[in-house]
Design a protein around this ligand. Structure first.
Ligand code: GLN
Length: 482
């Protein structure tokens, strides 16, 4: 088992090429380990053994035939349950989709299948990706591998916990307001939210379409870069995707170029309310970055204080539109509904299918879009969203990267915030502005942490649009000195 803990995409690839092991052997080991470990962590909602073995055999065959394999060939991955894999359940952790089986592959799944990656299973999440602790799942509560009494973060909590406990080499998550970065920070792993448009979302169960992005969760920044590179790119099935060019520097950054980057610390992000321990950890990260010879200066993002309010208007408005399609006719129907007529199907399916959080958000979203309130809320929020984006544009005239905390606290206790949604919402204050502005952001663990003893803290690097190479580059050099 020790061996599995050590595996990164990079090491796996080298071992596979040197024929130290086969993809099938490793896949079997992962399932044996998951069988045992996941009783405690509860990161997976479903496992895909038969399918995964076939994928692993295909990877081994490619190696036997001495085909040119990719770095992801045979790599066992965990996939968040809102990303569709044809023939497998995709519930988005909602009772609404409990009986749904995907009828097509997400574009990124097709891409990864072409590289012969292996999908171990689908991971737990907050229902429809709404939440920050994975406690909003309709099915189970995932535990934080560093402290089983604490949450793994959310909404991609299952993916982050799976990687942190070595139940997958890497994973995919989705991020609408922090759902990749915050669980990565809580679980001591790396999480990248790409620029809006960098990765196709075709086949992602939508939460808020102007904010959603899919991205990697991995053990190292280098692994995150490898996964990102293979899922990025324009897709004709997602009209918001963009043909951005990512060159060689994504995987092979040069220190002389990285040293030229200027890093900004926004004063609005280092405020009261930031937990002492988290603050001290972030300061360590800043010192280490300075030790690379990088210039750091204070900057200002003056509209930060509006970000949370703006997000909870725009996001809920889009949620109310996206959830409308779950009507008990399309996708799947709950068992034992016994509807009397069509209207009865709608009422019963929505009444029983949605948990409290999606319901709360759909109601709020319908309200902010209603004719009497549209101007007061929705349209005003759009204007302030522009101001938030302008703040970043201005800051990026002075610096190349912005460094901030990911979350005001390390992982909190299970149950600590469930009674008070507002308290839960506040924990996303540092991650949400990037989604509003469409910018790329990465969460990187400040250092290595010891399980059952310390709580991990991540710091966030924010890049210019489509400049993932900057934050992944600096991150890769940071990893080398930790
Ligand atoms: N935690 C945030 C929310 O509840 C973000 C969720 C996400 O990124 N999917 O909306």
């Amino acid at each position: 088992m020790e061996f599995l803990h050590d595996l990164t995409i990079k090491k796996f690839h080298e071992g596979l090429k040197k024929k130290k092991f086969s993809a099938l052997e490793i896949t079997k080991e992962f399932f044996d380990y998951i069988n045992d470990k996941d009783k405690e962590i509860e990161a997976y909602l479903s496992l895909n053994k038969d399918f995964a073995f076939k994928q692993a055999e295909a990877a081994d065959l490619a190696i036997a035939k001495e085909e040119d394999i990719s770095e992801l060939t045979g790599v066992p991955l965990a996939i968040k349950d809102n990303i569709l894999i044809k023939g497998l359940p995709s519930t988005a952790a909602s009772k609404m989709l409990e009986n749904y089986t995907a009828s097509y592959d997400a574009t990124i799944i097709t891409k990864l299948e072409n590289e012969k990656a292996v999908f171990l299973g689908k991971t737990n999440m907050d229902e429809f990706a709404m939440g920050s602790s994975t406690e909003n799942s309709a099915f189970k509560k995932t535990k934080n591998p560093y402290d089983l009494e604490r949450v793994p973060g959310g909404s991609s909590g299952g993916s982050a916990a799976a990687v942190a406990s070595s139940m997958a080499i890497a994973a995919l998550g989705s991020d609408t307001g922090g759902s990749i970065r915050q669980p990565a920070s809580f679980c001591g792993v790396v999480g990248l939210k790409p620029t809006y448009g960098a990765v196709s979302r075709f086949g992602l169960i939508a939460m808020a379409s102007s904010l959603d992005q899919i991205g990697p969760i991995a053990k190292t920044v280098e692994d995150a870069a490898i996964l990102f590179k293979s899922i990025a790119g324009k897709d004709k099935l997602d009209s918001t995707s963009v043909d951005a060019k990512y060159g060689d520097e994504l995987l092979n950054p040069k220190l002389e170029n990285i040293k030229k980057l200027k890093v900004g610390l926004p004063k609005e992000y280092f405020i009261e309310g930031l937990d002492d321990y988290a603050k001290k950890e972030i300061e360590k990260a800043i010192d280490k970055i300075k030790s690379l010879g990088i210039e750091i200066k204070e900057i200002s993002l003056p509209h930060t204080k509006y970000a949370l309010s703006v997000y909870y208007i725009i996001m809920t408005a889009e949620v109310s539109a996206n959830l409308a399609r779950f009507d008990g006719i399309r996708y799947s129907r709950l068992k034992n509904l016994e509807p009397r007529n069509l209207l009865d199907i709608y009422l019963k399916q929505k009444g029983e299918g949605f948990g409290p959080e999606p319901r709360r958000r759909a109601i709020l979203g319908t309200y902010v879009l209603s004719s009497g309130y549209y101007d007061a809320y929705y349209s005003k929020a759009q204007k302030v969203r522009r101001l938030i984006r302008n703040d970043f544009d201005d800051a990026f005239k002075e610096v190349d990267i912005i460094l901030t905390p990911v979350s005001p606290t390390p992982a909190f206790k299970i149950g600590e915030k469930t009674a008070d949604p507002l308290k839960m919402y506040l924990s996303d204050i540092f991650t949400i502005p990037l989604n509003l502005a469409g910018l790329p952001g990465i969460s990187i663990p400040v250092r290595k942490y010891e399980k059952n003893k310390e709580l991990p803290v991540g710091f966030q690097l924010i890049g210019k649009p489509f400049q993932e190479a900057d934050i992944l580059g600096l991150g890769q050099f940071y990893d080398r000195i930790t």
